[in-house]
Design a binder for this molecule. Structure first.
Ligand SMILES: [Zn+2]
Length: 124
């Protein structure tokens, strides 16, 4: 499954960043996914649940934002959003368009618990 490999990378990056920050728990991971990636959010959540077992992200939430694709028409310059199947210009009907967005996969944030730093010996 496509989503399993993607989630493995997302989780690896998130856990590495969380570990660098000294986090003991990942409460949630926010992802922004372009519609053109063809990623199925449900499959991604399933992959997250399976892959996070035994990590500090186990039981955490995955918050997925799907952004629609957008393109600019090369014929008339119109910018418009569209789905993955019909990418023709909404103004003039041309199919000569340049994709502006919708193919992204971005970790847009993660909510982690970082324990208070060890006070150590009293500096006073
Ligand atoms: Zn056009």
């Amino acid at each position: 499954m496509h989503e399993m490999g993607i989630m493995a990378e997302v989780l690896e990056s998130t856990l590495a960043a969380a570990s660098d920050a000294g986090a003991t728990r990942v409460n949630s991971i926010r992802l922004t996914i372009g519609e053109l990636t063809g990623i199925v959010p449900d499959a991604l959540e399933f992959a997250f649940e399976a892959l996070s077992l035994g990590t500090i992200a186990e039981g955490g939430a995955l918050e997925i934002t799907v952004v629609p694709a957008s393109s600019r028409c090369l014929t008339c310059g119109e910018e418009f959003s569209h789905d993955a199947y019909d990418r023709r210009c909404t103004a003039c009907g041309s199919f000569l368009c340049e994709v502006l967005g919708g193919d992204e996969l971005v970790i847009s944030g993660a909510d982690v618990d970082v324990p208070d730093p060890d006070p150590g010996p009293d500096p006073k």
